[in-house]
Structures are given as structure tokens and as C-alpha cells.
Design a protein around this ligand. Structure first.
Ligand SMILES: [Zn+2]
Length: 299
């Protein structure tokens, strides 16, 4: 019995030494997950279900798209919020709703100055179980908006939910200066920001979370390994990053299969532990959900 117990680890170690690439031979756990990435459920951390999608892509077709791509759950915000609520009411087990401020004449560039915005947000947060405020844009910092942002932060804090912010690095610093305890998801990891700036900001704010939507080709790079700067970001901050699609126009729904496939392509180059975190385990922790392939086909 004792001999049998002791022989098992030897076999495992020998196998992993044989299978791992030379650079990671010292530790088999660092081998890329490879094709096994196809078995991981995905939490899509950047979904929109905007009004122009409602006719072409009814709620059941969105869940079907998620099903056939192994997307077990999504963080959804919409213009207007009714889209998010429709999807969440149809498939509450698959959708984590977020409140986007945009509606009527309030859009990405003027929402913070839109009359009645605070009352709108307060009413919608009261009516539905949103788990974030966003995704909203801060295109250009205007310090005159401070009172509004202080109230938005307070509303999120009162519910212990996230702000999902599409901006460069500076507005994120500013939000933290208003409240160092604000919970922030940085949309697209800053999109316009270079990898070095992304690394700096993630290092500067240990609680900052980011989704990597629209970054998939940048992260993938052109060689056998991931883009080297992004590999460093993804491995260093593997507990605070989530993959995502960004279905901001119908064309993204048209291409949803390819977008999720391209996300799996870069996740495949990560060790299993990191790939699982970015695919769904970070979301499980951040949104207190259980995410697995068992959700596929359910709602
Ligand atoms: Zn977006």
C-alpha cells in the first residue's frame, strides 16, 4: 500500500517533465492549457444588449449564442437599461446585470451632465438587482462633474457593487482620489492605453479589476507565445482580469463565435490556473456565482 502511494507522484512528475516545453520543465503546472481551453466555461465580462439588437437578436437567440460558445454567464449593460433587464428576466442564471446610465438623450459624452441622472440611477438601482454601474465612459475629465461622480460612487458603495469605467488611466486615478475604496472594473483595460500604462495602473491600484475585451489580438501577438508585454500583465494580474467580447454593435453579435474563439486562442497559451481565472474563476469570486458548463442550455 505504502509503495503504491509513493509511486504515483513519480509517474505524475515524469509525465509532466516529458510533456512540458523546455522553458517550463522545472514545473509542469506552467505548461499552456492548449486545446483543453475548449472545455472551460467563459464569463463574458463585457456584454451589451442595445436597442438595435432587440429585433435581429431576440433574447433567446442571445442565450443560444452564449450556449454554443461555452459562454456560461455574462456581465451585461445596455443602452437603454431595458435591454439588460429583458435578457436578465429571460435568463436570470446566465446574466449579471449592470446599470448603464445611457437612455433617451443621455449618451456616452453627456450623461454626467444630463438632467435627472442621479434620480434615474437611484430609481433603476432600487427596482433591479444591478451589480454594477456602467459601463460608462469618461472621455474627458471634467472636474466640474465631481459632485455627480461622488454620488455615483456612493450609490455603488451602498450596494457594494462595481463601477465599470471606459476611460484612460487618468480618470481611474481621479475616481480613486475621490474614494480609494471604490470598486472599479476598467473596461477594455483602458483600450487606448499602451500595455506599459496598463501594467503601471494595475500595479498602482491593487484592487483595480479590468476586462480585456477588444484587446484579444493585441494580447495574442504574432508569435508562438503571447505578446510579451501582455503576457507579463496577464500573469502578474491574473487574479484581476476577465475576458470579454464587447457586443457594442450588432456586427459583434454577428461575429460572436469568432470573438469568443479568439479569446480562447490567447487563453490557450496560458497555464491552466491562469486561463481558468481569466475565463471564469475571477468572475465567480467577484460576483459570488458558481460558473460551470452545467449552465449551458439552462437559463
Ligand atoms: Zn462597451
Amino acid at each position: 500500500m505504502l509503495a503504491l502511494k509513493r509511486s504515483i507522484p513519480v509517474v505524475v512528475v515524469a509525465l509532466s517533465l516529458w510533456m512540458a516545453p523546455a522553458a517550463t520543465r522545472a514545473d509542469g503546472d506552467h505548461a499552456p492549457i492548449g486545446d483543453a481551453v475548449q472545455t472551460l466555461p467563459i464569463f463574458d465580462a463585457h456584454v451589451h444588449y442595445k436597442e438595435p439588437a432587440w429585433d435581429s437578436y431576440p433574447v433567446d437567440s442571445i442565450i443560444e449564442l452564449m450556449d454554443r460558445n461555452g459562454v456560461a454567464m455574462g456581465l451585461v449593460s445596455s443602452t437603454p437599461d431595458e435591454g439588460t433587464i429583458m435578457l436578465w428576466e429571460y435568463a436570470p442564471n446566465r446574466i449579471v446585470p449592470e446599470l448603464r446610465p445611457y437612455h433617451g438623450n443621455a449618451g456616452s459624452s453627456n450623461w454626467a451632465k444630463s438632467p435627472g441622472m442621479e434620480a434615474y440611477l437611484a430609481n433603476r438601482l432600487e427596482a433591479y438587482p444591478h451589480e454594477g454601474i456602467g459601463e460608462f465612459h469618461i472621455h474627458r475629465l471634467d472636474y466640474n462633474d465631481e459632485a455627480l461622480f461622488r454620488n455615483v460612487i456612493a450609490m455603488a458603495k451602498a450596494r457594494d457593487i462595481y463601477l465599470h469605467v471606459h476611460s484612460g488611466a487618468e480618470p481611474i486615478r481621479w475616481l480613486y482620489s475621490l474614494d480609494p475604496e471604490a470598486k472599479i472594473i476598467w473596461a477594455h483595460a483602458g483600450l487606448g492605453e499602451r500595455a506599459s500604462a496598463v501594467y503601471s495602473l494595475m500595479a498602482e491600484f491593487p484592487s483595480l479589476v479590468a476586462d480585456t475585451s477588444l484587446r484579444e489580438y493585441e494580447i495574442l501577438g504574432s508569435g508562438d507565445r503571447l505578446d510579451q508585454e501582455w503576457e507579463k500583465i496577464v500573469l502578474t494580474f491574473q487574479d484581476r482580469l476577465m475576458a470579454g467580447s464587447d457586443t457594442w454593435v450588432n456586427g459583434q453579435w454577428d461575429n460572436y463565435d469568432a470573438i469568443i474563439a479568439s479569446n480562447r486562442r490567447w487563453l490557450a497559451k496560458l497555464p491552466r490556473t491562469a486561463a481558468e481565472k481569466l475565463a471564469y474563476k475571477n468572475a465567480e469570486r467577484l460576483f459570488d456565482r458558481k460558473i460551470s458548463m452545467k449552465l449551458i442550455g439552462t437559463r
